[in-house]
Design a protein. Structure first.
Length: 349
């Protein structure tokens, strides 16, 4: 005879000769049920291997105690670190996380959000893809009265909250550090200007150059993306022209790694021949020599704040007013961008 794979409330009730309602209340610790009955119900439930049917529970309670999270990548230190912070904050508030990864694909992002809505999550946290332009899927979330928080990469929409870091100020500080070390020929390897982090980090670069009366050379500004290939290709674009900058300011840590690869390939040393700084850190940073100076993004604060915002909205939906929170950054100096040694390169992550 085939073994039963899903134990139900009915199975427990039948074993104890009580009603399903009694079993359900006992498992939830309801005060209507005596301590002795509750203890016996939980004992039999454990013996039979009972696990709650979350789909059924959600239908009856209209609440899942689950937060949906959609991020572009997880093999990226920034996002993996933020996800850990989100998980911890949710767990401490008795919430579960349903994690989806869009892989920088807007069509996947849409499908994942549809799945989360079908799961009846209580709220959703999203960091959009570098392709995202259409707001329709986010409007659908709002039409279902599901709290929506944008994190790091955001969409400007009424009815939503967002938490970001000070991308513009952090970029300014990084470029200013390079200028103070004597660099004047400064380039920027940017991301996508359509995405807020690409736009704001470029703006911080321009702010610093203008502050110190340095020209922004259009040939030393390359937009492309946030990955290692973008750093490699951007560096090689400079190299092929034969007009190398002294310093490059890149938009992400992975872009900085791409610069390292390209520089080594053409026989240039960092920071002796070209110098570097980046926005964001990585778990592998201590293994990269020289170690890259960077703009620090407090991922723990970012993740926790995103959860705080979505829970605040969930718990007081009718009275909640959307918030825009920006978290300060700070500059962490390691072995690059600390002493002028010829020409150099700066990066943002």
């Amino acid at each position: 005879m085939k073994k039963k794979t899903h134990i139900t409330l009915y199975d427990i009730a039948k074993r104890l000769n009580v009603s399903k309602v009694t079993v359900s209340k006992a498992l939830r610790g309801h005060p209507d049920i005596s301590r002795e009955t509750t203890k016996e119900v939980k004992k039999i439930a454990e013996e039979l291997g009972y696990t709650p049917n979350f789909a059924a529970r959600n239908l009856s309670s209209q609440k899942s105690n689950t937060i949906g999270v959609v991020v572009p990548k997880i093999a990226h230190f920034f996002f993996s670190s933020v996800i850990e912070a989100i998980y911890d904050a949710a767990f401490n508030n008795n919430y579960d996380i349903a994690l989806m990864v869009s892989q920088e694909d807007s069509s996947r992002e849409k499908k994942h959000i549809d799945t989360l809505l079908a799961m009846r999550v209580d709220g959703i946290i999203v960091s959009i893809t570098q392709q995202t332009k259409d707001k329709a899927i986010f409007e659908k979330v709002l039409s279902r009265n599901v709290p929506l928080v944008f994190m790091d990469r955001v969409v400007e929409m009424k009815g939503t909250s967002q938490v970001t870091v000070d991308d513009r100020g952090g970029a300014f500080n990084a470029v200013e550090q390079a200028i103070r070390k004597g660099y004047k020929k400064i380039a920027h390897l940017g991301g996508y200007r359509e995405i807020n982090i690409g736009k704001d980090r470029y703006a911080g670069f321009v702010d610093a150059m203008k502050q110190y009366d340095l020209p922004v050379n259009p040939g030393w500004v390359v937009f492309g993306g946030f990955g290692e290939d973008n750093g490699y290709n951007g560096f090689m674009e400079f190299y092929r022209t034969g007009n190398m900058p002294e310093f490059i300011f890149a938009v992400t840590y992975p872009v900085a790694l791409g610069v390292y690869t390209a520089a080594a390939e053409v026989g240039m040393k960092i920071p002796d021949d070209i110098d570097l700084i980046c926005f964001g850190n990585s778990s592998v940073s201590r293994f990269i020599k020289p170690e890259i100076s960077y703009v620090n993004q407090p991922t723990d604060v970012l993740g926790k704040t995103a959860v705080d915002l979505v829970l605040e909205h969930i718990r007081d939906y009718e009275n909640y007013r959307p918030k825009r929170i920006q978290i300060p950054t700070n500059l962490v100096l390691r072995e690059t961008c600390v002493k002028k040694k010829g020409v150099g390169l700066a990066v943002i992550s």
